[in-house]
Write a protein that binds this ligand. Structure first.
Ligand code: FNR
Length: 187
C-alpha cells in the first residue's frame, strides 16, 4: 500500500520559503508515497490542564492524523537560533497526554533553511534534541541545511535551482529507504 508522509512546516507565513520547499517535495514524491502538508497554525497554545479535562477541538484530529502517518518530514526555519514557537507547540500537542505520544516511532527527516549562510543549523539541532525524547528515529545522513533559501525559487515560487533540486531528490531517496527500514518493524 502507498505510504503517507506528513510534512510539518515551521512557518505560518504566506510567502514562506519553507512552504515552497514543502511544495517541491510534494511534487517530487517518490513512487509509492503520498506527501501531504499537516497544518499546525490552528492548534491552540498547549496547556497541560487540557490533559485532565477538555482539549481544544483542533487537538484530536491533529493527534489522530500524526498517528496515522508512516513518517514525518519537518521543514523549519530558524527563529532566534532555535525552532519557531509554533513548531514547538505542535510537537508538544502531539506528545501528550502523557503516554499517548503520537510521534513515537515515526521515521523522520529534518530540513532546515535560512535566508543567510547559517542555514538553520541551530533550529535543526534543537529539533533533534526533542525528537530523541519523542522516540522518533531521525535520518542522520544526509543532513539538510539550505542556505540563502530565498535565491532558490523563481517568481512563481517554484524551486528552480538545479543543484538543490537534485540534492533534495537524493534526500527523498535516502529518506524513503530509511522509512522502509523502520516499516519492517523496529517499533
Ligand atoms: C528570523 N530569521 C533568522 N534566520 C537565521 O538564520 N537565524 C535566526 O536565528 C533567525 N531568527 C529569526 C527570528 C525571527 C522572529 C524571524 C521572523 C526571522 C530569518 C529567517 O531565516 C527568515 O525570516 C526566513 O524567511 C523564515 O522562514 P520562512 O518563513 O521563509 O519559511
Amino acid at each position: 500500500a502507498a505510504k503517507t508522509i506528513g510534512i510539518v512546516v515551521g512557518s505560518l507565513r504566506k510567502g514562506s520559503f519553507s512552504k515552497k520547499i514543502a511544495n517541491f517535495l510534494i511534487e517530487n514524491a517518490p513512487e509509492g508515497y503520498t506527501l501531504e502538508r499537516i497544518e499546525i497554525g490552528d492548534l491552540a497554545l498547549y496547556n497541560q490542564d487540557y490533559d485532565e479535562g477538555e482539549s481544544p477541538a483542533s487537538y484530536a484530529p491533529f493527534r489522530n492524523k500524526i498517528k496515522s502517518l508512516d513518517g514525518v518530514i519537518f521543514i523549519t526555519p530558524e527563529y532566534n537560533r532555535s525552532v519557531p514557537g509554533v513548531l514547538k507547540n505542535a510537537i508538544d500537542v502531539g506528545s501528550r497526554p502523557y503516554g499517548q505520544n503520537a510521534w513515537e516511532g515515526k521515521p523522520t527527516l529534518i530540513i532546515s533553511s535560512s535566508i543567510s549562510n547559517l542555514s538553520g543549523f541551530g533550529a535543526n539541532h534543537h529539533l533533534r534534541q526533542s525528537l530523541v525524547f519523542l522516540d522518533m528515529p531521525t535520518l542522520q545522513q544526509p543532513e539538510v541545511y539550505l542556505a540563502n533559501v530565498q535565491k532558490l525559487f523563481d517568481d512563481n515560487g517554484r524551486l528552480t535551482n538545479e543543484d538543490t533540486a537534485n540534492f533534495l531528490r537524493q534526500v527523498l531517496d535516502s529518506y524513503t529507504k530509511f522509512v522502509e527500514h523502520y516499516a519492517k518493524g523496529f517499533h
